[in-house]
Design a protein around this ligand. Structure first.
Ligand SMILES: [Zn+2]
Length: 68
């Protein structure tokens, strides 16, 4: 059983080796990370923080919504 699911990011460009379609995203220690399969360059998925902020905002709305 593999430790993490990996999926390629279509059209993503590696900032290190400048190749496209070599970036995979995976979860490590509950953090979404991106790795280039060509050069091994790793970085934290920028969109992950945006999604996290959105999720927090949704939770706040959910708590604030009255049930009656
Ligand atoms: Zn690369």
């Amino acid at each position: 059983m593999s430790q993490s699911k990996r999926r390629f990011i279509a059209g993503a460009k590696c900032p290190e080796c400048s190749l496209t379609d070599t970036m995979v995203v995976f979860i490590e220690h509950n953090v979404e990370k991106v790795e280039c399969v060509k050069c091994g360059h790793q970085m934290v998925q920028p969109e992950g923080s945006v999604q996290g902020a959105t999720r927090q905002f949704e939770q706040v709305i959910g708590v604030f919504t009255p049930e009656d």
